[in-house]
Design a protein around this ligand. Sequence first.
Ligand code: KPL
Length: 300
Amino acid sequence: MYHCAIIGAGAVGGLIAAKLSQNHNKVCFVDRRLSESSQLELELEQWQGVKLQFKLPYLNQLAPCRWLIICVKAHQVAQAIEGLSIAADCQVLLMVNGIGAEQSLLSTLKPEQLFLASNTHGALLIDKQAHQLRVKHTGLGKIDLGGYLNQVLKPQYLAYLNQAFEPVYWHNNIYPVLWQKLAINCCINPLTAIHRCRNGELLKPQYQSEITHLCAEISHTAALESIALSEQQLQQSVLQVAKLTANNFSSMQQDLAQQRRSEIDYINGYLVECAKRHGLDTPCNLALLQRIKQMEQDYA
Ligand code: KPL
């Protein structure tokens, strides 16, 4: 029996599978692009040649899984679980950029089954062939998680996740953490995509006024959602992440460079819509949203 199924055989999914299996959890992958009932070979760069085989079970045979981790792009979440038979007592952990994708799971899952996480571990996809995946753990980070509903009991798998990824922090209310991460993504992702630069470029003086305005809009919107995050606190975390990941290209920068759909709808798009529901205008976030949308429309 698999303890854990991972949807999304990418950098983060690969890293989680590798670390959980190192800690003796039985893990399988679910990936619609690969054929069912086949194997996926995973190598973590740090393993120096050691490879592990993971099963891709038939999608309708997931019933024994009690723990499902979804780490796909935010806009792929709904499709990722389509047609899966997920047991009513299976706990589902969503680990995606932005906010809003969780709503698409609620037609299939009960709200108390759903948990949301923010991950700051660096993971890089070195190579992905049909049935082979090579990933690298590029930076130690942390995982924060909590229930979709506030004040729910800790999930059973928390201890296993903590063994593999210490530290894992449990929150009775995860939303302030998700909003802080949202602010980081609202600033770093579109700005690096538009200016085609690495995260560290945003530390330059010419970007500071725009980042200040973006953080002010995010802080005001968060307050309307009863989440207290000061503009200064948000700006500080944006700059800290830009510094810590200075050499990286953000996920949105990479998406646009490779002419893929970005996660903008769940990042600045979520922020703009949320503010609108409260009657608040967020012109700086709206401008970035429109610019990224335009860039996506201009793909050849
Ligand atoms: O989450 C990220 C992303 O690229 O999506 C950051 C934190 C900005 C790191 O690049």
